[in-house]
Design a protein around this ligand. Structure first.
Ligand SMILES: [Zn+2]
Length: 375
């Protein structure tokens, strides 16, 4: 997370990154230098980024679209971002009902919102001199990582849980990645990936652990601010690991800190019934998740997610499979071909609990072509 660190001369000076950048543990406060094998704190806690961000340059709107457009707010320098870019940013914003907008990340190069974050992770892998990238993913993040590795020519291994949709595996294979299937669900995939990342020169591109991923999803907020002229009143995001949710929140906080936006949106997280750890409902049993992209039992950044919901006046909404089906079909009848995980977000937006006081933006983060389901 970008904070006013006050530690401008922390001793790091590595090409491609902000000079004052360092890792810190959100749990115990320990700090670490940037390094290829520094994946978590010695206490097991998840790491955050610290660096001193700057205001956007006065002429930043003259820059071409893309993450490097927002370079002053991001930890990674523009040349590295450009090398890994497949031009995932910006994505369209479509008003589907009065005041209700869809942020159409499903049109991203690999078909999901994961592209911005994986562009940053692959840029970081290049900057740290990695020779190989390993990722564990239920599908979309692996495909996004494989796509950006293909762009820069880095070998990529995607470890998937055995319930992952076949269409998503085929996509990673098509980009040239090797795919390994793990038993034991999402946790099994994470365990297998952990056994692979100790090989020297390996970069672990975990979207749920690596804080650089959130540098990419911060740009989701910057794009909305440019598209709407201010931050929206509310954003509605289906939440598994919460990496879009947290990156967006950090992006909105930057915009407020710099005086560019007049508000931080209410951050609304949508979870699927039976797979909703934020409300203590993990009653799914043996049922395969319809919204497979958010079937996460224990989000690594749960404390940060809950803090963002409280601080922004947001909430958690839970949707069932019937609501997810209905929302996904409604979107398709309106020309929007998304996967059920995105249908879940749209279903959550239909449970609105208060009168609109400004635009509401719903993340439609994954293309329907690769879900392998008719919902
Ligand atoms: Zn720690």
């Amino acid at each position: 997370m970008a904070v006013e660190s006050g530690l401008e001369s922390h001793g790091m000076n590595r090409d491609g990154f902000k000079n004052d950048l360092f890792f810190s543990c959100g749990f115990c406060g320990e700090t670490f230098e940037l390094a290829l094998d520094r994946r978590k704190c010695t206490c097991g806690g998840v790491l955050d980024l610290n660096f001193k961000d700057q205001p956007f340059a006065p002429d930043f709107r003259q820059r071409r679209p893309g993450l490097a457009r927002y370079r002053e707010a991001l930890a990674v320098e523009p040349a590295l971002l450009a090398r890994a870019s497949l031009d995932a940013s910006p994505t369209p914003l479509v008003e589907l009902a009065p005041g209700l907008h869809a942020k159409c990340d499903f049109v991203s190069p690999s078909g999901s919102f994961k592209d911005r974050g994986q562009q940053v992770l692959v840029a970081v892998a290049l900057g740290l001199g990695a020779s190989r990238v390993v990722i564990d993913s239920s599908g979309n993040s692996g495909a996004a990582c494989a796509a950006h590795c293909a762009k820069v020519g880095l070998p990529c291994t995607v470890v998937v849980p055995d319930h992952a949709p076949m269409a998503k595996l085929q996509q990673s294979l098509g980009y040239g990645a090797s795919v390994e299937s793990a038993t034991g669900g999402r946790a099994g995939a994470t365990a297998l990936a952990a056994s692979l990342v100790d090989e020297p020169g390996t970069f672990y591109a975990s979207h749920s652990e690596n804080p650089f991923f959130l540098e990419g999803t911060k740009a989701w907020a910057f794009e909305l601010w440019e598209q709407l002229g201010d931050a929206p009143a509310e954003v509605v995001i289906s939440l598994g690991s919460g990496t879009l949710f947290l990156g967006a929140y950090e992006g909105f906080r930057y915009l407020m800190r710099q005086g560019y936006a007049t508000r931080i949106p209410r951050m609304v997280a949508v979870q699927a019934q039976g797979w909703a750890p934020l409300v203590g409902d993990l009653s799914h049993g043996d049922t395969a998740p319809l919204a497979d992209g958010i079937a996460i039992e224990n989000p690594r950044r749960r404390t940060q997610i809950e803090a963002a919901i409280v601080a922004s006046g947001g909430e958690v909404r839970v949707v069932n499979n019937a609501e997810i089906n209905e929302a996904t079909q409604w979107l398709r009848k309106h020309g929007i071909w998304v996967e059920p995980t995105s249908g879940a977000a749209w279903a959550g937006s239909q449970q609105k609990s208060q009168a609109l006081d400004g635009p509401v933006v719903v993340s439609l983060g994954g293309a329907g072509f690769k879900s392998g389901q008719m919902a």
